[in-house]
Design a protein around this ligand. Sequence first.
Ligand SMILES: C[S@@+](CC[C@H](N)C(=O)[O-])C[C@H]1O[C@@H](n2cnc3c(N)ncnc32)[C@H](O)[C@@H]1O
Length: 270
Amino acid sequence: MAINVDDSFPFLVRKISKASGIVLNGYRDSYLRRRIDLRIKTLGLENYTMYLRFLENNPEEVEEAINAITVNVTEFMRDKTPFLFFREQILPEIMDKKKKAQSNMVRFWSAACSNGEEPYSIGICSKEVLPEDWSISIYATDIDINCLNKASKGVYSQEQLNNLDLAHIQKYFEPAGEAFKIKNIPKLLLRFKRHDLTSEPPISKFFDTVFCRNVMIYFNEKQKVKMLKDFYNSLSEGGYLIIGKSETLPPEIRELFIPVSIKEKVFKKA
Ligand SMILES: C[S@@+](CC[C@H](N)C(=O)[O-])C[C@H]1O[C@@H](n2cnc3c(N)ncnc32)[C@H](O)[C@@H]1O
């Protein structure tokens, strides 16, 4: 049954935003409506006014509303080829650059990391390519605390490891009951941090690569531009930006990034 559209939608969004502290005006309106409609249907309610009242009477529903808005689908080595490109093209180039600068420290940011599959994939690729004694620092951020808790535990079912080679599973995971836990990998430093891409400044500068995949699709153009400018400022000279396969850079910021691979959606700071 379709939900009855009424005038309460802006009030509803404001209510969720105020109660959760999460700024929602960077998201596409159609996306917010779709996600909230789904939640309303699940609750068996009929319209936005009813949901607004439901939220007022059930303050704990705010968290469910935010869960409905943030889609957490992810995978290890998602889409495979961008990670192959990262391993075979980007990491060797970063390594050469660092050697010239007499540095053995690399820094990556997985922005909107969901349950951790993306930052661990970055870690695995890096460990496979970079010399043993190099320090690899990965910031893994997301707006969703539940995701970050799961990510920091690093425990995944066998099914979730499907995209990884058996050799990598054996090398980087240890059995944990029915599941598998990421091993403590020397020289790999992962930091998990709550960070809202719509409202907070970039967490740091001098990243060698920023991964921001499959979240920009939910944002409106203004928000995309803001976020991509932040990434520009958080990248080191010639640093890389990797976005999702179905995402594109808005024309306004195209002069900030040089395309490296259109197919893999890899860009370089201009
Ligand atoms: C579909 S997942 C993408 C995960 C991973 N990057 C990938 O490509 O597999 C989108 C993630 O974006 C997060 N997210 C949504 N809005 C956000 C925001 N404003 N700031 C930071 N993360 C956000 C969600 O919580 C979710 O974990």
